[in-house]
Design a protein around this ligand. Structure first.
Ligand code: APR
Length: 233
């Protein structure tokens, strides 16, 4: 932890890349650990355009459950520490795979939402924005009558170009990249750590099998590890 604190203080540009493991301590399930969403659901049946097109009832039920899973969930101390580090100039940006909005809610401002956000809803046909309430009520698009869907990246869809370009550029030019709470299973985000010439730190509950690519691996709770690193700053 002390080493991470030292690197943060010496670094001119630090970027943080987070995954679902950053939100489990806020009460939001992740995907691939033992209590994750994909333990009992095949993502291909719900998190694809094919599912949206051919089984809207199941697609709608799954994403309604994901909206419901956000109810009452607040950022934890780890999110607040990252927001504080941004304020203090210790980190430049947070690139996240998470769609729960918790980094923003904690006060982080320089955020790249690489997989979009559950807090945005749009029509699949005409692309017009709609409200979460209209999606949850299973209403057709008010503009064209098409199907409403959350503004997140479904498997097989391209990532938001600006978020991707911004995250890629900052990671490529970073002195330090902290990778927190992700299994690094999903392309292309799992390629980002390889793009940096800077120090690579992996903070995760479980080993992901890529540890040799990292300069430092700390296994454990994202919240507790961030609190410990913070105590050295
Ligand atoms: N502290 C640290 N690590 C944690 C914690 C925690 N409190 N809780 C879970 N983890 C770890 C798990 O051990 C797991 O390795 O976080 C990792 C989460 O991995 P995934 O569940 O695969 O989530 P993620 O890597 O974000 O998935 C990427 O897959 O389904 C798609 O679009 C979805 O953005 C998601 C993408």
């Amino acid at each position: 932890m002390e080493q991470v604190a030292k690197w943060l203080q010496q670094s001119k540009k630090t970027v943080v890349l987070t995954g679902a493991g950053m939100s489990t301590e806020s009460g939001i399930p992740d995907f691939r650990s033992k209590s994750g969403w994909w333990r009992n659901i095949d993502p291909a049946t719900v998190a694809t355009v094919e599912a949206l097109t051919n089984d809207y009832d199941l697609f709608h039920a799954f994403y309604s459950a994901r909206f419901a899973a956000l109810n009452g969930c607040e950022p934890h101390a780890g999110h607040s520490i990252l927001a504080d580090w941004e304020q203090r100039g210790l980190i430049a940006r947070v690139a996240t795979q998470n769609v729960d909005g918790l980094h923003k809610a904690a006060g982080s401002q320089n955020i790249d939402e690489l997989h979009g956000s559950l807090h945005r809803v749009r029509c699949q046909q005409c692309g017009k924005q709609a409200t979460t309430e209209q999606f949850l009520a299973k209403e057709p698009c008010p503009n064209c009558g098409g199907r409403l869907r959350p503004g997140i990246v479904l498997f097989g869809e391209t990532l938001p170009q600006n978020a991707w370009n911004q995250a890629l550029y900052t990671i490529e030019t970073a002195d330090v990249v902290l990778v927190i709470g992700t299994s690094l299973q999903v392309y292309p985000v799992n390629q980002l750590p390889k793009m940096t010439g800077g120090k690579l730190v992996y903070i995760n509950q479980e080993a992901a099998g890529y540890e040799k690519e990292f300069d430092l691996v700390i296994q454990g709770s994202a919240k507790e590890i961030l609190q410990q690193v913070n105590s050295y700053l």
